[in-house]
Ligand binder design. Sequence first.
Ligand code: NAI
Length: 313
Amino acid sequence: MSLRYDGKVAIVTGAGGGLGRTYALELAKRGCKVVVNDLGGDRHGTSSSTSMADKVVQEIKSAGGQAVANYDSVEFGDKIVKTAIDNFGKIDIVINNAGILRDVSFVKMTDLDWDLIFKVHVKGAYSVTKAAWPYMRDQKYGRVVVTASNAAIYGNFGQANYSAAKSALIGFANSLAQEGAKYNIVANTLVPTAGSRLTQTVMPEDLVEALKPEYVTPLVMLLTHDSFTETGKVFEAGAGWYGTLQYYKSKGKVVPNATVEDLQKNWSTITDMSGAKATANMRDATADIMEALEQVQQQKTSGGGSSSTTGGS
Ligand code: NAI
């Protein structure tokens, strides 16, 4: 059965080209009303025009869909959400996709390179989602996607600004997932790989051609559908491959009253990943610390001092 979005209203930021355009077209094809947001600037975030968003709105309308253009920068999320409310009366789906690059080695990075990247990626996602949030809470329905990058997780040469901003978005979505849970607001992170205006500077031409944005589109459709209830997760897509990412933590070791020499001596056990456990939330993440605290306190009361490993199977 085909997944439909009839009666739903979506904002897709940066939908004038690349990945965002494909999300807007596909949502509209499946019955969603779409705000096609795009500032229409260059890939470094220094100019603007209305033509990119207009072109996509035209494409949607020619195919019989419903869409409206918005040309505001994502920093002004209230204006973008107002476009949705004024034209379609509600907002159900926010796809934070707009992005720019200001790649430069850290030694040459300027404050402007840092600030513009944070303004578009982090402030932008915050601002649009913040303006949509009260509507989503009131109607007890929302689907939010933020767009991160492999650079967020692994870092990338020349992308200290971009990787820092993209990793901020993962924490942002994970917190929204928790705050939105009781209001049926689902928030997830997408890590895409696709040929686009943005990646043509860093990928060979044949790869840009081969890695079609359309390969990423079905995953974003799924993440924004009302049947999808997984939240606070990171999903990846590119070239027809789809997957998910999770954190793992080493079993570690409790070393009571450790000195730096004790840590050096125990380092291979502390960092041994063979018994690593997946950590899905704050409780999982702090379980070993809490257990260690108990052990340390018990040892204090019993006057003992030997070390032991934490965690179990
Ligand atoms: P793209 O350059 O084709 O699309 C980005 C769009 O955002 C452009 O149309 C641009 O005009 C718009 N935009 C830029 N600043 C804006 C602002 N302040 N307000 C509104 N719109 C603005 O690039 P692509 O590849 O489609 O990127 C989409 C998202 O995916 C970006 O967030 C990017 O960082 C992310 N990404 C892309 C990857 C890829 O392999 N293509 C890899 C990892 C992340």
